[in-house]
Design a protein. Structure first.
Length: 292
């Protein structure tokens, strides 16, 4: 049985840890509010832009070829796993790493795979292993801005156009709510092309007037839609990180509280036992003196 001093030290240690987890939960909640607002506002824009692109390209009936939609034999693959810069967010990072490794082993084991890690945890994981990595952009989550994300998207897009990569895949956490983040493996390039619009889902025909020309609009609209799609994935991952950390720190705080209850109960029991032993010793000593 632990003595009173050891139990008291453990109580002090757990209390200090609980204060830290409470503070981290509050910080994560504040960051989550901002990140959640950004992704919620971004999704309708991204969805509408993609919808317009699909409708315009569909209306053209294949008049124009889109370079970013070129389908070719896959030999060189760029995979972009998105993690956080810090830990203490549950299985947020490990799930991304596992999903990426599983994807490589199942689909691209015989291909030339390049990893473009976003986030320090992905950078540390893949650079320590025998993967070909591109490490110029891993600190993106220090301050997520569209201009910086756009540069990363352009690197992937230019690599696809130059045939350095035949396929680009994003692996990230999709933010559903504070407690739930889903692993998303999303093909970024080549573009999925125009969706097959069934009778049920087919929107009313829109007569678009394209100025100054179809070629100009497509040339400008497609890259913008792709960069927006990439930016949305980064915002999703960022919001998911703060949600996962908030949930993890909340659970850690609850666990620390339960442990404190057990330790305090143990401390009181040990203290009561020690007092009882002292009383017994005093009574035994008094009896011995009376007997003598």
């Amino acid at each position: 049985m632990a003595n009173l001093k050891e139990v008291k030290q453990r109580i002090t240690s757990v209390s200090s840890t609980q204060q830290i987890t409470k503070a981290m939960k509050m910080v994560a909640a504040a960051k989550l509010r901002r990140a959640q607002d950004r992704i919620i506002k971004m999704r309708p824009y991204s969805q509408k832009l993609t919808s317009i692109l699909n409708e315009v390209v569909s209306a053209m009936g294949g008049e124009l070829e889109i370079a970013y939609a070129e389908q070719r034999q896959v030999q060189n693959v760029l995979i972009v796993p998105m993690t956080s810069d810090k830990g203490l967010c549950g299985a947020f990072n490990s799930n991304i790493m596992k999903a990426t490794v599983s994807l490589i082993d199942k689909e691209y084991k015989s291909k030339n795979v390049t990893i473009l890690p976003l986030g320090k945890k992905a950078f540390e994981y893949f650079t320590r292993r025998s993967y070909t990595t591109k490490t110029d952009f891993y600190e993106i989550f220090a301050d997520v801005k569209y201009d910086e994300v756009r540069v990363i998207a352009e690197y992937a897009m230019n690599g696809f156009l130059s045939k350095q990569f035949d396929k680009v895949v994003l692996v990230y956490n999709h933010f559903r709510n504070v407690a739930t983040q889903d692993i998303q493996v999303e093909q970024f390039l080549p573009m999925g092309g125009v969706k097959d619009l069934t009778t049920k889902d087919k929107p009313t025909s829109t007569d678009y007037i394209l100025e100054p020309s179809k070629e100009y609009v497509i040339r400008d609209l497609v890259p913008t839609a792709l960069k927006t799609q990439f930016y949305k994935a980064v915002l999703d991952s960022n919001a998911s990180e703060h949600g996962a950390r908030m949930t993890s720190m909340d659970k850690a705080t609850e666990n620390a509280n339960e442990l404190l209850k057990e330790l305090k109960l143990m401390y009181n029991r040990n203290r009561q036992a020690a007092i009882t032993n002292e009383i017994l010793e005093i009574v035994a000593g008094a009896n011995a003196l009376e007997g003598s």
